[in-house]
Design a protein around this ligand. Structure first.
Ligand code: AMP
Ligand code: ZN
Length: 470
């Protein structure tokens, strides 16, 4: 097996990946809170995890990939206060929390499938694993890591001396936080809820009995409990977005390691954010960009995937439609190039030339260097233009690299129309209607619009048409 290097947030360095069990990799990725649609920033996080998984598979590992679905307990504020996001979503839509959870879980699965993100081996819902969460809290309670307040059971971070090691939290600042009582209830600023009691005067839609009273789990406990359940007390890889480093993942480590007394996870990987020109992408602001928004504007989901492939996962991406247009053009050019190659004479590839093997080696080195997919994409382009390779080898390499890129390159020749952006097809359909209605002025305008976007319209008999990139 080739050496694979990944950046471990725990040590702030690139490290060789050494699995706990030869040939196998266990990875846990924090999944969506299903109170709303995913925005395109959230989808970047799952895309990064998909690249990680595909790189592991490419290297021959058998991957067990677990993803949670948060359907209870994630409060609006990180300070264990405010409404439960799920209940908020249910009130917004006049539905039950269970209905909201089911609907948005379905929408999430559809989004990731459209983006060619491989589904996890196991999806686990927080509400299906309440027993495991209560058991973990009980373990922490019995070992003296908790205290009880009026509104719940809290983890006392002062009792866990290694608290904050992932985030390299400023210990001085933490000490300060510990001395100043954060609220009447919490002993230290960093303490967090393990179990919240249901309000005395109100019945929650989701609540369960526990040894401490009726209530619901805090958000962080589900990930420690379910990752231990499905991957064991100590496993290989845990990932999520960078926002999870200082609180969520820091708390997951504290809960797991305080109970088991063992190291929890060997490699922590975090994906950087996608930001909008106006700043942070946020659902609370109301309007936000979804994959569907991009589709409605005529982009294909794989245009967005190509856009994401152009930047390393540890760098921020600034989203703009100009940048997405550039990606769409690049992707269209790649498909055109492959189509051109496929129209040559192809034969079965038995033995690869030295040159082709060199490309595979360089590609593997790139992706094994902390998932450098933008370099991998550049190599694909280089190979497609390389006069020393025969067409059959180029097709072989495109399919091989696409195991990571996930751009459906093997389907390129199958359906010519699908390569034309939906927006162009819509314009062409409108022109067909205009012609049928004898509105030739509009028909000409639409033909020009199509041309301006880089496509040529070829009329066929009976009002039908063909579209070709210019
Ligand atoms: P949430 O549903 O809010 O819990 O977030 C789901 C995932 O998306 C988490 O792994 C977050 O870290 C990640 N995430 C949230 N916002 C962004 C963003 N703008 N760019 C990239 N990842 C994000
Ligand atoms: Zn989590």
């Amino acid at each position: 097996m080739e050496k694979l290097y990944i950046y471990n947030t725990l040590h702030r360095t690139k490290e060789e990946f050494i699995p706990m069990e030869a040939g196998k990799a266990g990875m846990y990725c924090c999944g969506p809170t299903v109170y709303n649609f995913a925005h395109i920033g959230n989808l970047r996080a799952y895309f990064f995890e998909d690249i990680l998984k595909r790189v592991l598979l490419f290297n021959g590992y058998k991957v067990k990939h677990v993803m949670n679905i948060t359907d209870v307990g994630h409060l609006v504020s990180d300070e264990d206060e405010g409404e439960d996001k799920m209940e908020k979503g249910a009130n917004r839509e006049g539905k039950t929390v269970w209905e909201i959870a089911e609907f948005y879980t379905g929408a999430f699965k559809e989004d990731i499938s459209l983006l060619n993100i491989l589904p996890p081996t196991i999806y686990c819902k927080a509400t299906d694993n309440i027993k495991e969460q209560i058991e973990l809290i009980k373990c922490l309670f019995d070992k003296g890591y908790t205290y009880t307040t009026n509104d719940g059971i809290y983890f006392d971070t002062e009792k866990f001396p290694e608290y904050g090691k992932l985030a390299l939290l400023d210990i001085e600042g933490l000490e300060e936080g510990k001395r100043i009582a954060f609220s009447d209830e919490k002993k230290n600023k960093t303490d967090f809820a393990l179990w919240k009691f249901s309000p005395k005067d109100q019945k929650r839609q989701m609540e369960w009995e526990s040894p401490w009273g009726t209530g619901f789990p805090g958000w962080h406990i589900e990930c420690s409990a379910m990752s231990i359940k499905f991957l064991g007390r100590h496993f290989d890889i845990h990932c999520g977005g960078v926002d999870h480093i200082p609180i969520h993942h820091t708390n997951e480590i504290a809960q797991a390691e305080a109970c088991t007394g063992e190291k929890f996870v060997n490699y922590w990987l975090h994906g950087e954010f996608l930001i909008e020109e106006k700043g942070k992408m946020s659902k609370s602001a109301g309007e936000f960009l979804r994959l569907k928004t991009l589709i409605d504007k005529g982009y294909s989901p794989l245009d967005y995937r190509y856009f994401l492939l152009m930047t390393h996962y540890r760098k921020k991406i600034k989203f703009s439609f100009e940048n997405l247009d550039a990606a769409r053009n690049g992707f269209q050019n790649l498909k055109n190039k492959i189509k051109e190659i496929k129209s040559g004479e192809l034969k079965e590839v038995k033995d690869l030339s030295e040159k082709a093997n060199e490309y595979i080696k360089r590609f593997t080195e790139s992706i094994n260097d902390d998932l450098n997919i933008s370099e991998g994409l550049a190599l694909l382009w280089e190979a497609m233009k390389d006069g020393e390779l025969i067409d059959s080898e180029k097709v072989y390499l495109a399919n091989e690299f696409d195991k990571i890129l996930g751009l459906d390159l093997n389907k390129v020749e199958a359906d010519t129309v699908s390569d034309i952006p939906a927006e162009i097809i819509q314009l062409a359909e409108k022109r067909k209607e205009a012609k049928a209605a004898k509105d030739f002025k509009l028909a000409d305008e639409l033909r020009q619009q199509i041309k301006d976007k880089g496509f040529e319209l070829l009329d066929k008999k009976g009002g039908e048409f063909d579209i070709k990139p210019l």
